[in-house]
Design a protein around this ligand. Structure first.
Ligand code: HEM
Length: 164
């Protein structure tokens, strides 16, 4: 436990959930395994969509069709990340809140959320038009590139947590 952190994180670590994840021989690795599997599904779903936006693959598939198929997977995987991430966090909250890699990761996840909302608002409002003309506007391609960079950052920061 890190001493000079707000009480709330010390209390979270002492909750039955935090203590059992921390003290169990198998719970932490099992939850972290689920966290890695959730990451794989989330990054695969978002990555495939972004690669299509960039026009690097699946050019014959409509962007709206790909969104319809992939976004449910991305949202389900994101839910798994939040639940498993919170369990991991609760077991070592005082160490995590002072860990620069963890902080960077949380900022990048928030930015990825804002970016997804902006994409919906800016690039999707006239999607029917640009799909009908079989072209992908540059703003959608830029959105795809930014999304890939943000999620690669989240994964790298997540991995980096264990090295600080
Ligand atoms: C949303 C997408 C997320 C992705 C792609 C992601 C990815 C990762 C990765 C790759 C690791 C490293 C695993 C390892 O070293 O074996 C990790 C660790 C971790 N993640 Fe996440 N994560 C996400 C969300 C979250 C959230 C929302 C939280 C907290 C609320 C969280 C908390 C943690 C913690 C505490 C660790 C460190 C575990 C340790 O001590 O090794 N993650 N994450």
């Amino acid at each position: 436990m890190v001493a000079d952190v707000p009480e709330i994180w010390k209390s979270l670590e002492q909750t039955p959930i935090g203590a059992s994840v921390r003290e169990s021989l198998w719970l932490f690795p099992a939850v972290e395994t689920l966290h890695l599997l959730g990451m794989a599904v989330l990054v695969a779903a978002v990555g495939a969509f972004d690669v299509r936006l960039l026009g690097l693959a699946m050019r014959g598939v409509r962007v709206s069709e790909l969104a319809r198929r992939l976004f449910p997977w991305a949202w389900a995987a994101f839910a798994v990340q939040v639940v498993t991430g919170f369990l991991l966090f609760s077991s070592e909250a005082t160490r995590m809140v002072v860990n620069p890699a963890f902080r960077i990761k949380m900022v990048l996840i928030a930015l990825a959320g804002v970016h997804a909302a902006a994409f919906r608002w800016i690039a999707c409002r006239d999607m029917a038009e640009w799909e009908a003309e079989s072209r992908t506007p540059i703003r959608a391609k830029i959105a795809g590139l930014i999304s890939i960079l943000l999620w690669v950052g989240v994964v790298a920061a997540g991995r980096w947590i264990g090295f600080i």
